[in-house]
Design a protein around this ligand. Structure first.
Ligand SMILES: [Zn+2]
Length: 240
């Protein structure tokens, strides 16, 4: 195992634990990373992301075949397989079930940019409106088409998927998206449910904020989420 490969294993395991510790998922959800330069990716075995470890990751290809590792993959591995197939630019994917994002989908409110970190999603977050789990190649392809060239999709009554050049960024962005959705719900409640009263950022205002998921800002966010994951017991998660 090369040094770079072991660092990637560590990142994938940590990303999964962050999803659970930050309250984006509990028993379900998963983060993956493409093995650079290949059509394969690292994904945990079928257990809570909070239990992910660097030594129990599987190597799966974009056709959905487990090519290395022991154990059964998470049942929605098709999300990862088909998104990596459709998007050569993507190196990290998160699929989680964060509650505020699920709430937004179920009141028919699209994601809106209402705070700085939400600027990452200024181009819009499309909705995958089909309910139920993504347990087939066809549904994985459908989700990939919904996401298109974007960075995230809301999944009605289900959760979210984020897709970025690396797993750290995909994880930080997933945390931002849930924080953004939680704030949007609070604003809607404070405004008596009248979405027109929310001072949504314009495209021009939001555009410079895409740096919230790159460079030193993203490193700082990852450092923090990683420290929280290390200091928080399983099931003792934060809520964004
Ligand atoms: Zn799911």
């Amino acid at each position: 195992m090369t040094g770079a490969r072991s660092e990637l294993h560590a990142d994938v395991a940590l990303a999964n634990r962050i999803l659970e510790r930050m309250g984006l998922s509990h028993a379900f959800g998963h983060a993956s990373a493409r093995i650079p330069g290949t059509d394969t990716f690292l994904l945990p075995t079928r257990r809570s992301p909070g239990l992910a470890a660097a030594d129990n990751l599987l190597v799966i290809d974009t056709e959905g075949r487990v090519v290395a590792g022991d154990g059964e993959p998470n049942s929605e591995f098709w999300i990862h397989a088909r998104l990596y197939a459709a998007r050569p630019d993507v190196g990290g994917i998160v699929h989680a079930h964060p509650p505020s994002c699920v709430c937004l989908t179920q009141i028919g409110e699209p994601h809106r940019v209402v705070h700085n970190q939400g600027g990452v999603f200024a181009a819009g977050v499309p909705e995958y409106s089909r309910i139920g789990l993504v347990r087939s190649r066809e549904l994985g392809d459908l989700l990939a088409r919904t996401l298109g060239g974007g960075v995230a999709a809301m999944m009605r009554g289900h959760g979210i998927t984020t897709a970025f050049p690396d797993v750290r960024t995909a994880t930080v962005a997933a945390c931002y998206l849930e924080e953004s959705a939680a704030l949007q719900l609070r604003m809607l409640a404070a405004a008596g449910g009248d979405a027109s009263r929310i001072r949504v950022f314009t495209a021009e205002e939001a555009a410079p904020l895409r740096d919230q998921v790159s460079g030193s800002v993203a490193r700082r966010a990852w450092e923090y989420f990683a420290a929280v994951a290390a200091a928080t017991p399983l099931g003792g998660g934060q809520r964004l």
